[in-house]
Design a protein around this ligand. Structure first.
Ligand SMILES: [Zn+2]
Length: 201
């Protein structure tokens, strides 16, 4: 399969406030995350992903990396008529679509080059002069519009970032290039007794 044409991908959001952590394994990812704080461990999550056919072979056990599974394309809906996605690499340093499971002791903000301004949960307005660092490290933010003091983890990133301690990362998928099928989110919910959502970062 050919590599995805970079010209079809969304323009990078440029803002001086944006300092995304470099991720050498992916230019952009689709991430599935539980909506609530989650007690699940990574082995359990890995088992569910395998049983759903989302993940296939383990690529790196220490980093919890997996190739895409036999039912991956039934569960992730690629938009557009011919997605040119690579599912393996011909060279060692080549990026390709695979799955990484993440678990952190405390939730943190995951953002990337396409992250946009977060919206205040009280007034719904976008924070104009936002700094990623503030949202990553402060517990609360004073909304510049409605002046409410708001917990940073309540801000709405409109799926351009996510605040979570657990995540199924699907690499090399750009915003709106692919969507998780509702049945995948429902299956994860049934298996983990938690609601799941998604974002791009
Ligand atoms: Zn507000």
């Amino acid at each position: 399969m050919r590599k995805t044409d970079a010209q079809n991908r969304p323009k990078q959001t440029t803002t001086v406030a944006m300092v995304a952590e470099p991720r050498p394994w992916s230019d952009a990812s689709l991430a599935l995350m539980p909506v609530q704080t989650c007690e699940l461990d990574l082995d359990e999550l890995a088992r569910h992903c395998t049983q759903l056919g989302l993940t296939g072979d383990c690529i790196d056990r220490r980093q919890h990396r997996y190739s895409t599974g036999s039912r991956f394309l039934e569960q992730i809906n690629f938009l557009g008529c011919s997605p040119n996605i690579r599912f393996d690499s011909e060279q060692a340093d080549e990026k390709f679509t695979h799955i990484i499971l993440h678990r952190y002791p405390t939730p943190r903000l995951f953002s990337g080059r396409y992250t946009r301004a977060p919206h205040c949960p009280e007034c719904g307005k976008a924070e104009k002069n936002w700094r990623l660092d503030d949202f990553s490290h402060k517990r609360t933010i004073n909304c510049s519009h409605c002046k409410h003091t708001v917990d940073t983890d309540r801000y709405n990133w409109r799926r351009t970032a996510g605040f979570t301690g657990m995540m199924i990362e699907i690499t090399e998928i750009f915003p709106k290039e692919a969507l998780p099928q509702p049945t995948l989110l429902e299956n994860l919910q049934q298996r983990t007794a938690m609601e799941w959502d998604y974002f791009y970062f």
